[in-house]
Design a protein around this ligand. Structure first.
Ligand code: ATP
Length: 512
């Protein structure tokens, strides 16, 4: 199965087992809007808990807030979103499909990089142990040709981006022979800027000055509450403010399932520090956030940093944590050193003094800020795509198992009476009563035990507890492990501790 086919299977699986549904499906859906079902919401909540506790409980100088989606319209002038939160869009006149011009060029560049990597892999195979990669890259004619092509296009692209030269974007697309994947033609419109913010009206008069925006990021809610939190929380710099909440962007290219949505959720933390110390904090947060990801056990090799070459005008350092999604390494989280850009602009536009008085040095200054920003939905997709596993069993059958990190699994334990008689359901109910205060659970007495195991595998339940006739006489149950399928006999009173060891969020946090 290709990665693309696998991705389609994953999307279908998410729907079939109640993780994620296309929104308003009975009306044929709404592009790039998705609803979370009964399994999805629990997974998402567990991800949010892991992030929230790691931020606000493990760091005594980080507090959380919950600000509103609607904010004063001037917020978005100060933040630069009204003027510059644009994507360059281009339409193919034959297929009538819309693309981001920058993404078309970046994909073209990524393909050249892939070609170079393939050449290098071939070289490595040919020369074996004697292979000198640096020398090969510096001398192989095929590599040099592709590298020259890359450098030329990349240079033009960076300049066009810097100068916001939309005509040059189109020229690069034409010169590189980039065609629409649907129509296969290069019959492109001109490139236009498109603001990604959704707007609505606060009153019902329809006057244009009533226009307000649905926030495109949660961060600005933190910046405008900076003074309130700093004062009422008696916060001393350095300190952070964390928030989880909805954000809205009218994305031009809204494909790839929950990777790019028009309504999504972000987990953002703004860390305020003394000007001049921001690089130190930037490095610390890079390390800290990578640790948070790797701690989930989804494979260190599936993450990498991608440092930004071109920085946004307000940033003096930026990196992405990329994850190995089924469609390649893509941004999962952004870490930015945003200087005093946001607080400084809010100070200017609001006329309110937003300064920190340092009691130790007697100085006042607008704090600098390092931001960590991750999409809840993208994180959910990372977990789901990594978890989806098809295994061949000894008896020739296949099982689909979601190997979701146990503390994030929507259901932690399934309680299954072997048969619906002989007092087994009653004992099972007692087991449920014993476990329900600590763990999310499912009780299931329908179908054969094999079928019930498969159903739990498909939603990623770490433990199945089966009550059988021996339970009646000796008070033990069978505990089946999702990943190894190994079964062991355990006393009912020992169940809680056994399950907790593996699924506990506390233990996950302790490992950080
Ligand atoms: P991209 O380049 O993929 O559009 P971005 O650089 O615009 O992302 P940021 O503005 O840095 O993203 O937002 C921070 C995080 O919010 C991203 O790393 C991502 O996890 C998440 N995010 C951003 N846009 C979306 C979206 N449309 N749907 C889902 N998650 C998103």
């Amino acid at each position: 199965m290709t990665q693309e086919e696998l991705f389609k299977v994953l999307v279908a699986h998410c729907k079939e087992y109640g993780f994620i549904f296309p929104s308003s499906e009975i009306y044929d859906g709404l592009a790039a809007v998705y609803d979370y079902g009964q399994m999805g919401v629990q997974l998402k909540n567990n991800i949010k808990d892991y992030w929230w506790e790691a931020m606000t409980r493990l760091n005594e100088n980080i507090v959380g807030i919950d600000s509103c989606v609607f904010m004063h319209p001037k917020t978005w002038v100060a933040s630069g979103h009204v003027a510059a939160f644009n994507d360059p869009l281009i339409d193919n006149k034959d297929s009538k499909k819309r693309y981001r011009a920058d993404v078309l060029i970046e994909d073209y560049l990524a393909k050249i990089e892939e070609k170079i990597d393939k050449e290098v892999a071939k070289g490595r195979k040919r020369f074996g142990d004697a292979f000198d990669e640096a020398q090969f890259r510096a001398t192989n004619p095929n590599v040099l040709r592709e590298k020259a092509k890359y450098d030329e296009v990349h240079g033009r692209y960076l300049k066009a981006e810097e100068a916001n030269d939309l005509g040059e974007y189109k020229q690069i697309i034409l010169d590189c022979g980039i065609v629409c994947p649907i129509s296969g033609t290069a019959n492109w419109t001109d490139v236009r800027q498109f603001n990604l913010m959704f707007s609505t009206s606060l009153s019902n008069t329809g006057a244009t000055d009533d226009k307000i925006y649905l926030r495109p990021e949660t961060a600005q809610g933190i910046f405008v509450e900076y003074l309130n939190v700093q004062k009422t929380g008696r916060m001393k710099i350095p300190f952070g403010i964390a928030q989880i909440g909805k954000a809205f962007r009218n994305e031009i290219v809204a494909r790839q399932f929950i990777f790019r949505m028009r309504e999504f959720e972000q987990m953002e933390m703004e860390f305020f520090c003394k000007p001049g110390t921001e690089m130190e904090w930037f490095a610390k947060w890079k390390e800290n956030r990578m640790k948070w990801h790797v701690n989930l056990g989804m494979g260190e090799e599936n993450y990498r940093f991608h440092d930004h070459e071109k920085l946004a005008h307000y940033a003096n350092a930026a990196t992405d944590i990329e994850f190995n999604f089924p469609f390649g390494f893509k941004e999962l989280e952004g870490i930015h050193s945003r200087t005093d850009f946001d607080l400084g602009n809010h100070q200017k536009l609001s006329g309110k003094k937003i300064q920190y008085f340092d009691p130790e040095t007697g100085e006042s200054y607008v704090p600098y800020c390092v931001e960590t920003s991750i999409g809840v939905d993208r994180m959910t997709l990372a977990v789901l795509s990594h978890a989806y596993t098809v295994e061949k069993l000894e008896n020739g059958e296949e099982r689909v198992v979601m190997k979701i990190p146990a503390p994030l699994a929507p259901v932690k334990v399934a309680v299954l009476p072997l048969v619906k008689k002989d007092g087994l359901p009653e004992i099972a109910q007692k087991v449920v009563d014993e476990l329900k205060y600590d763990f999310s659970y499912q009780y299931d007495e329908k179908d054969s035990i094999g079928k019930r195991y498969r159903r739990q595998d498909a939603i990623g339940t770490p433990f199945c507890v089966t009550i059988d006739h021996d339970t009646v006489s000796d008070g033990t149950v069978t505990v089946r492990d999702r990943d190894t399928m190994a079964q062991e006999r355990v006393k009912i009173e020992d169940l809680r501790a056994l399950i907790d060891k593996k699924v506990s969020l506390t233990n996950l946090l302790r490992n950080l």
